[in-house]
Design a binder for this molecule. Structure first.
Ligand code: HGY
Ligand code: MN
Ligand code: MN
Length: 419
């Protein structure tokens, strides 16, 4: 009989086993400065997937893989007809990524299942652990590509056609590493979705809190600008004769900073990737391609920044005689997570005696797309100095354990313990 009992406050995960699994995974696709370079659909990603599969199958779970390469590991519930509670994140990393971004959420979910197995805990709803493919969007834009297809935001054809900087497509690379599954993307229905993730910002550590109760996630635009100048000699071309796409890019970056600062509080804007062609020291660039990343939890502010940046960028380029085009290559509106699940996270932190505070996620996560198709929320733990997307990303074993303990309790509340 399924009863809605709350997990006991002394119910906790095996923190040593969790930390060992994080360190074991971190050995796959090592970076050059202590972090990871396990970019999506690389051989290293494939190796990490196989290790995760081995661990899950050793815990008696069965694997499904969809046509985007997302992995689903199922632990049976007592009611086979009940929709599963999904718990997950991503194993792919940035090229100079940390050991915990995404990985804590996937291996924290595995630790939840392992703890349930240790204690013989049965739940009405099955549990499914998810390793979403291509969350980072570093190699194939946009970020959260596979969860976006799952939520019906992108088509499979669009996703397969996405190219990396070497011109390789997502579809070809997925075939190459042998992780193109046969499941229809998005066919699975979720009872609920939870994601544990490091904050990737400084707030929780600065406030001395163990747990972030994530109520919302800020929205995002990725605006890819292509500026067209005229290739010319950097030495013999008089300044007045230049059609300088590099200068236009610099003025646009300065303008983005100004627009984001004027939109404070609660707005960010910047550029992480740019490409000069022909990228030769003594040739003025014929083409400059770069992506502006702007975000805000406030819809009007987010869209207002986009409109202002596009209008002012056009003016900057016209003044310099530089051609320009802009394409939105990534977008999601601000997300409000499911209040009932948010409350499960909050009461779990209180039951376990962990300090906590409400927080809005600054980074995007697969939970943002999961929230379009199911009740969803997140649990966050601090990270040292708020640093992430950097090989020096660090968390404490205490923070990892606290976040996973809360995840365990919230998942059990939703999956319903069966005595
Ligand atoms: O871009 C993001 O917010 C996430 O790290 N993919
Ligand atoms: Mn992440
Ligand atoms: Mn990330």
């Amino acid at each position: 009989m399924s009863v809605q009992t709350a997990p006991a406050e002394n119910l906790k995960i095996n923190r040593e086993r969790l930390w060992d699994s994080l360190m074991d995974m971190a050995r796959i696709g090592p970076g050059i400065a202590g972090g990871n370079n396990r970019q999506t659909l690389t051989d290293e990603d494939g190796e990490g997937r196989r290790l995760f599969q081995t661990w899950c199958e050793a815990a008696g779970m069965t694997m499904g893989v969809d046509a985007m390469g997302t992995m689903f590991m199922r632990r049976e519930g007592t009611d086979p007809d009940a929709l599963p509670v999904y718990v997950g994140s991503h194993l792919d990393t940035q090229p100079t990524g940390g050991k915990y971004d995404g990985v804590l959420g996937v291996l924290g979910a595995l630790e939840v299942v392992r703890t349930m197995d240790d204690l013989g805990i049965k739940t009405k709803h099955p549990i499914v652990i998810v390793n979403w493919a291509n969350e980072e969007g570093a190699r194939f834009a946009p970020a959260m590509l596979a969860s976006g297809v799952f939520a019906g935001v992108h088509t499979l054809d669009y996703a397969y056609a996405r190219k990396d900087l070497d011109g390789k497509t997502y579809g070809a690379e997925l075939e190459r590493i042998g992780w193109k599954g046969d499941e229809t993307v998005g066919a699975r229905k979720m009872h609920a979705y939870y994601e544990l993730h490091i904050e990737q910002g400084p707030i929780l550590e600065a406030e001395g809190k163990d747990i972030g109760v994530v109520t919302h996630c800020q929205g995002l635009w990725w605006l890819e600008f292509t500026l067209t100048g005229r290739e010319a000699h950097t030495g013999s071309t008089p300044m007045a004769m230049r059609v300088n796409a590099g200068l236009a890019m610099a003025r646009i970056l300065e303008m983005v900073q100004e627009v984001a600062m004027a939109a404070q509080p609660g707005a960010v804007g910047g550029v992480g990737q740019m490409k000069f062609s022909p990228n030769s020291r003594n040739v003025l660039p014929g083409s400059v391609v770069f992506t502006v990343d702007i975000r805000s939890p406030d819809q009007a502010k987010l869209d207002g920044m986009r409109a202002q940046i596009e209008a002012r960028a056009a003016k900057i380029c016209d003044e310099l005689g530089v051609g320009h085009s802009v394409e939105a290559v990534g977008h999601f509106d601000p997300v409000t997570f499911e209040p009932e699940l948010v409350e499960h996270v909050r009461t779990a932190a209180e039951r376990l005696g962990y300090s906590h505070m409400n927080i809005i996620s600054g980074a995007g996560h697969d939970a943002c797309w999961a929230a379009k198709v199911a009740p969803a929320t997140m649990v966050m733990c601090p990270c040292v100095g708020g640093l992430s997307h950097n090989e020096a990303e660090e968390i404490s074993p205490d923070w990892a354990a606290a976040g996973t303990d809360v995840l365990l309790h919230a998942v059990l509340e939703t999956a319903v313990i069966v005595e």
